[in-house]
Design a protein around this ligand. Structure first.
Ligand SMILES: [Zn+2]
Length: 192
């Protein structure tokens, strides 16, 4: 199966529009056995804006944030100004606020950036951007390699193909591997 044959949907990244291969998503749903309803619920949960009250209360409880936080109105303005997208990569996925100078108690507006989970974590690892958009790169690599070779790729092949420094979630990889081999067995047992 040619993954480029699928329907394209536009996705915004760093202010530019790109086409996302819808078939990658379809193929992943097929392989993973996730229903459309489950996928949509997960997508809605993932792109839902952060709850500002709980975010604020969380900071108030933690010494690393100086047991303090800006008012929710200020927090809302920060997310509004960023159009509820990561200021680094444009993603809407799992947004949070990052203290630019790494002083968690410095809540001045100019010190607060809206970042997605991937960018925030990459920054915490010393600015490495190599594992940003981990999920999409992981899934695309698995599907591309599988379609190329007809077998489930090894972790090393996934790493090389995707450029990810870690594949992570070995349970997910193991589960997908099992699903694919079951699917193959079923196809083989159907007489032509
Ligand atoms: Zn980001």
């Amino acid at each position: 199966m040619d993954i480029r044959a699928g329907f394209l949907i536009p996705v915004r990244h760093k202010g530019k529009w790109f086409n996302f291969f819808m078939s990658t998503l379809e193929r992943f749903l097929e392989i993973s056995g996730v229903s459309e309803e489950e996928a949509l619920s997960a997508i809605i949960a993932a792109v839902s804006p952060p709850q500002l009250g709980p975010l604020r209360q969380n900071w108030m409880r933690q010494p690393q944030f100086g047991n303090s936080a800006p008012d929710t109105a200020v927090l809302r303005e920060l997310f509004d100004a960023a159009d509820f997208r990561c200021e680094e990569c444009g993603s809407q996925l799992r947004l949070g606020l990052d203290h630019r100078n790494s002083d968690g108690a410095d809540h001045r507006r100019e010190n607060l950036d809206v970042l997605c989970f991937s960018c925030n974590r990459a920054k915490g690892r010393g600015g490495s951007e190599r594992n940003i958009h981990h999920g999409r790169r992981l899934v695309s690599a698995i599907i591309e390699l599988y379609d190329e070779t007809g077998r489930f790729p090894t972790n090393k092949e996934i790493k090389n193909h995707s450029g990810l420094t870690y594949v992570g979630r070995p349970e997910l990889v193991a589960y997908l591997k099992k699903r694919i081999s079951e699917e193959e067995q079923r196809e083989k047992s159907v007489p032509n």
